[in-house]
Structures are given as structure tokens and as C-alpha cells.
Write a protein that binds this ligand. Structure first.
Ligand code: SF4
Length: 372
């Protein structure tokens, strides 16, 4: 939704003008410093906006700096190998973002002569770029006066204008998007959008907002009525599904068993075996399904990883292997010292830590008479 038409009632137009003036004054004094700010490079804005989706600024900064040091220009990224891009994305999770970014960079090279378009409608044709990112890139990198509406913006505007309908309903969402669009100033649209992002992240936060520090309290409906903490109205969301796995960390000489995922969740990343059996049954399960002879070599550790709609509940158990045939079904015995070169999701942090400390204590050569 990118429109320049402003059909809101006069009082709302006055109010939206006031909003941008107040917000820009506040931004000039309190803008957060970030390595992707103050530069007009659509590629870097694009990378930062993709990294910032569902990830905190503090987490993104070091990963962004590493990524840009390795791929300083769009062309460098477009020519990169997917495995290297995923490796650099390791700390950020949600790897489909990295794959789409790579695909998008190649698309820009092929379809737009290597120039990131300034028109949000063209930006939306690029892999991984939706309306929010298109608005952010167009406004921040090219100063096009369009909004960048995400959950933060919906929250801020539902409070400012006292929208008390369920914001997941299309009518309420549409109303909020129109209000957000009508508030974007003709000049400094990028700074304005970043100011709204900062306000939503630091002042008008979910739960109880910090209205005492807010530059917009004088024009805020929820502040005046005193119900800011109850807005926006969001219906209860479905509970996340919990999936339990036993995760054997197998030490066989200086190697361990891992598998490159082919499933859509975390596709292309390496994981330790995620097995559907009770932790106590692992020795017999390993023997029956992998012909691996192994005995427990330490305490089981519980680990939990939360995805958007799913929780992995894992029991990580170290094992010492006495016999193993060559692996099959996508598994591989990998040297523990080489694991650093592979891309693992953060869900594997505890198994990785376990195998490294376990190896330091127990390292032995692979026994003779095995299937290798
Ligand atoms: Fe949000 Fe409070 Fe500011 Fe209103 S006054 S925009 S509720 S922080």
C-alpha cells in the first residue's frame, strides 16, 4: 500500500502533521546510533532491514558489520556461495531471510542492472522484500515519502489514534495503515520512519509504554484516556507446538555425527541427530537404526529452542562410540575441529558446547575393526 493521497478528515491531517514535526525533533536529539544509519546506500539499508526482522538491534550490529565487511557491495553478495552466506548468518537465525536476500541480490543484478530500485512497487518484486521492507528501503535510502508499517508502527498508531478494534481484522489494519501513510512527511521520510521505529522500540513499547518520555503524549489518544497499556487489541494467539527430541552427541575418536537438514525449517544447516525416542532408549535406538554401538558418557542436559510457532525441547546426551559403520541418510561423521567451518543454527549451541568439552576430556583415535 503506497499512496500519496491524503483523504483523512482535517483534524487527522493536522494531527498527523504534528506527529511528524514532534517525532523528527525528538529523533534529531535522541536517534540511536547504528552502523547502517546516516548512509544512503540501498543495499546496506536492505541488508540491515532484513537482519532486523525478528532480531534485536544489539544482536544485529556485529553480524551486520561482519556481513558488510565480507560483502561490501550488492555484486559481492550476488556472487557469493549460499553456504558462506548461511555461515555469516549463524547468529541471527530465521535462515530463509538469508537465502531470500541472496536470491534477491542476484535478481537485482539480473533484472535491474545491479541497481536497487527506488520505486516500492518494484522493490516488492524482489525476493524477500515485502511492503514493510520496500517502504523502509525506499524512504531511508532514497527519501521517497512512503510508510514502513510493521508491528511497532501498528502499536504506536493504535495508541495515538485510539484504535480499539482487533488489529488483526482487515478493517482495523487498513485504518491504521492509512493513518500511518498520512503521517509520513514529504521531506525526511527516511528519518521519520526510523524515528517511529525508535519510538516503538524504546518508548512506546509493548505492555506498559514509557509515556513520560514520549514526544507525542500531547497528541496521543491512549495517553489522554489512560488505556495505553491495553492497546493494541490483539486476540489470543495459538500456543506454540512443543516437539521433543533426544539429541545424542556421539564422540567417535575425533569425530561426531551430524546431518545437513533438508527440511524447510533450518534447511541447509547442520544439526546433531534429532531423534524421536526417549533419552533412556538412545543406546538401543542407535543400534537398531544406525548400527552404532555406544555407551552414555555423561549427564543428560536439557535444552530448549523457541521458534515462532514451535518449540524444540531437547535432551542432549553425550555418548562414547565403540563401533560405527559408514553413515547413511544424509548423516556424516565430521571432525570436531572442523565444525567451526559449518553453519549450525543457534538451536545447536548446547550440543556444540557439549561435543567440544567432551572431546577435550575423551579424545582418542577411532578404534580399529570399525566399519571405516
Ligand atoms: Fe505511546 Fe504513550 Fe507516546 Fe502514546 S504517549 S505514543 S502510548 S508512549
Amino acid at each position: 500500500m503506497f499512496h500519496g493521497c491524503r483523504k483523512e478528515p482535517v483534524e487527522k491531517m493536522i494531527k498527523t502533521d504534528e506527529i511528524s514535526v514532534l517525532l523528527l525533533e525528538w529523533y534529531d536529539r535522541f536517534a540511536r546510533s547504528m552502523p547502517w544509519r546516516g548512509i544512503h546506500d540501498p543495499y546496506k539499508t536492505w541488508v540491515s532491514e532484513i537482519m532486523l526482522q525478528q532480531t534485536r538491534v544489539e544482536t544485529v550490529i556485529p553480524d551486520y558489520e561482519r556481513f558488510i565487511a565480507r560483502f561490501p557491495a550488492l555484486k559481492d553478495l550476488a556472487e557469493a556461495d549460499e553456504a558462506e552466506v548461511l555461515k555469516l548468518w549463524e547468529g541471527l537465525g530465521y535462515y530463509s531471510r538469508a537465502r531470500n536476500l541472496l536470491k534477491g541480490a542476484r535478481q537485482v543484478m539480473e533484472q535491474f542492472d545491479g541497481n536497487v530500485p527506488r520505486d516500492p512497487r518494484l522493490l516488492c518484486r524482489i525476493s524477500g522484500i515485502g511492503a514493510y521492507t520496500a517502504g523502509a528501503v525506499a524512504s531511508i535510502a532514497y527519501d521517497v515519502p512512503v510508510p514502513a508499517v510493521d508491528g511497532n508502527v501498528l502499536r504506536v498508531f493504535s495508541r495515538l489514534f485510539g484504535i480499539r478494534d482487533n488489529i488483526h481484522m482487515p478493517e482495523a489494519r487498513k485504518k491504521l495503515e492509512l493513518l500511518a501513510a498520512s503521517a509520513v512527511p514529504e521531506k525526511r521520510a527516511g528519518d521519520y520512519n526510523q524515528a517511529v521505529m525508535d519510538l516503538g522500540a524504546t518508548v512506546c513499547v509493548p505492555g506498559t509504554p514509557d509515556c513520560d518520555r514520549c514526544p507525542l503524549f500531547s497528541v496521543c489518544d491512549a495517553f489522554i484516556r489512560g488505556d495505553a497499556a491495553e492497546l493494541p487489541v490483539i486476540p489470543g494467539s495459538a500456543p506454540q507446538k512443543i516437539v521433543s527430541f533426544s539429541v545424542p552427541v556421539l564422540l567417535f575418536g575425533n569425530r561426531t555425527l551430524i546431518r545437513k537438514r533438508t527440511e524447510s525449517l533450518l534447511k541447509g544447516l547442520w544439526c546433531f541427530p534429532l531423534l524421536n525416542c526417549d533419552p533412556e532408549e538412545l543406546p538401543s535406538f542407535l543400534y537398531k537404526n544406525f548400527h552404532i554401538e555406544a555407551k552414555p558418557a555423561g549427564e543428560a542436559i536439557s535444552a530448549r529452542h523457541v521458534f515462532t510457532h514451535l518449540i524444540w525441547q531437547m535432551t542432549v546426551v553425550p555418548f562414547s562410540v565403540t563401533y560405527a559403520p559408514p553413515p547413511s541418510s544424509g548423516y556424516a561423521w565430521f571432525e570436531i575441529s572442523s565444525l567451526n567451518n559449518l553453519a549450525f543454527p543457534s538451536a545447536m549451541n548446547i550440543p556444540l558446547k557439549t561435543v567440544r568439552s567432551f572431546q577435550q576430556i575423551n579424545q582418542k583415535p577411532i578404534p580399529d575393526g570399525t566399519g571405516f
